[in-house]
Design a protein around this ligand. Structure first.
Ligand code: HEM
Length: 467
């Protein structure tokens, strides 16, 4: 029997177990991987395609072949991960195929069968969307992104040589039916202790919505459960029915893609200046920007790093409701207020119950691009290829960027924008002394520069194999 909306709204207590999927088997077998859990490969190549005019049949044939050869379902992804754990046999290459609204139109899918999400239908270059997000003018985006994008192919592997061989081979195939209008090469950046970081040097990818049993059980053990923050999430925050799926449990997910350049040198200088103004150490200034120290320690819990190899995610801001330890503007407090927006009456429009607040969560799957040596402090050409999955772009990524990160008023008035990603930049209020109520005004400049992007849908595998 097909899954119901209720089945997607209710997560089994321990999450979904792909080794023992029960009623979710069909869903996991037809859903592309990387949505419920990151594919985890170290290297990835992103190819942005514009299909050649009047080649619809050939394009469909290529999609079928690509899906047959490369796409891995959520079930396969998990089976391979299990094999790796048990027998150290690598899962090898991983791939996703995403379509934009223009891709659907090119493929002559009936309008009523094109996924309905509003921003997806309008596209990221739409003027209303662009101005709402605070994005720079399209003419300043990298040229590839200025074109109409039909599809995005993601190919990833731990073995870079093998990845590049596959990409070369596929590129030749693709060139017969499409122009590769843009390419990005992504990789996982790590610090000396092997933790995943982004170019500014902070541990990244710590807090995620968790769907699968393995992730939930290990978070429960490593993080003493979910008493302060429940990172478990029901499937309906990332999945929607695929209107073109060929099975009764065919689902897909919306993908937001943004190339975010990071000016590391200027960021560090601004961080030093902030530290001087506040008369605090650099590392604490960094934590007041991000909400976590370089090593991932939440600044709401400590005024110094704790050097834990597994930063906690089981915390909230209840004991810090005046934001004297972790400022309201800090990146992780803005993008996941952990209950802040449910309680405060003084900010009309932001008084959401925790359950509603939790519906804005996204599944982040970002990778870095540019230099592999973050100590070089690049000023340009390095940054984050920001990817996130969700069921409703307006209510999730767009809401998070517009209503939380960009907003000056957030939980309280005049909090200021998120100093990492808030567009446009502005003045924030910084704790004069950690844990004390006095604040100092400082305009932390925006050192993340949006270079282009698009909204995509991740169709079910049965649709792509039978397109
Ligand atoms: C968390 C960096 C862009 C949403 C984090 C963390 C870091 C970070 C260091 C803390 C570690 C973690 O919990 O994973 C960056 C950088 C960005 C960027 C350097 C740009 C270059 C974005 C964007 C969004 C976003 C565009 C969405 C609008 C989030 C969310 C979290 C997070 C939801 C987890 C918050 C939590 O649950 O505590 N980011 N980020 N980030 N970021 Fe970003």
């Amino acid at each position: 029997m097909a899954l119901t909306e209720e089945d997607l709204r209710q997560l089994p207590e321990d999450g979904i177990d792909p080794e023992n999927p029960g009623q979710y088997q069909g869903l996991l077998e037809d859903l592309q991987g990387n949505i419920l859990k990151g594919h985890g490969r170290d290297y990835s190549v992103h190819l942005f395609l514009q299909f050649q005019p009047d080649r619809t049949q050939e394009v469909k044939q290529w999609i079928q072949n690509f899906a047959q050869t490369y796409l891995k379902s959520a079930k396969q992804q998990s089976d391979e991960a299990l094999r790796y754990r048990q027998e150290k046999v690598s899962g090898g290459v991983f791939a996703n195929l995403f379509l934009s609204r223009y891709g659907y139109e090119y493929l002559e899918i009936e309008p009523y069968q094109i996924p309905t999400d509003q921003p997806f239908r309008l596209g990221m270059k739409n003027e209303n969307i662009r101005t709402a997000l605070g994005d720079p003018k399209i003419e300043t985006w990298e040229t590839g992104f200025q074109n109409q994008i039909h599809a995005l192919v993601l190919i990833a592997d731990d073995d870079i040589i093998s990845l590049l061989q596959i990409v070369n081979r596929e590129t030749q195939q693709i060139r017969q039916i499409a122009d590769i209008i843009h390419r990005e090469d992504g990789f996982i950046l790590r610090n000396q202790t092997g933790q995943i970081i982004e170019h500014f040097g902070f541990v990244d990818g710590v807090s995620q919505p968790l769907f699968l049993k393995r992730d939930i059980v290990s978070a429960g053990i490593n993080d003493c459960g979910f008493s302060q923050w429940d990172s478990r999430a029901a499937l309906d925050i990332v999945l929607v029915k695929d209107p073109n799926g060929k099975t009764e449990d065919s689902y897909g997910s919306y993908l937001v893609y943004r190339k975010l350049e990071q000016n590391v040198k200027a960021f560090r200088q601004d961080q030093e200046q902030l530290a001087k103004n506040l008369k605090i150490k650099d590392e604490l200034a960094g934590a007041l920007i991000v909400g976590r120290f370089y090593d991932g320690t939440p600044v709401t819990l400590s005024d110094m790093p704790t050097f834990s190899n597994m930063p906690t995610n089981n915390f909230n801001y209840e004991h810090d409701s005046a934001a004297t330890k972790c400022p309201f503007h800090a990146h992780i407090r803005k993008t996941n207020p952990r209950g802040d927006t449910g309680k405060v009456e003084s900010s009309p429009g932001f008084d959401e119950a925790l359950e509603v607040e939790r519906t804005h969560r996204i599944a982040r799957r970002a990778v870095s691009y540019g230099t592999h040596d973050h100590r070089q402090e690049p000023e340009k050409d390095s940054g984050l290829l920001f990817l996130c999955f969700q069921a409703d772009i307006e209510n999730q990524f767009n809401f998070m960027q517009i209503r939380w990160a960009n907003a000056r008023n957030f939980v309280q008035v005049n909090v200021g924008p998120d100093p990492l990603i808030g567009q446009p930049e502005g003045t924030q209020k910084w704790p004069g002394i950690w844990g004390q109520p006095e604040t100092v005004d400082y305009n932390f400049k925006l050192w993340v520069n949006m270079k282009g992007g698009e909204y995509f849908f991740t169709p079910s595998i049965s649709f792509l194999k039978n397109i």
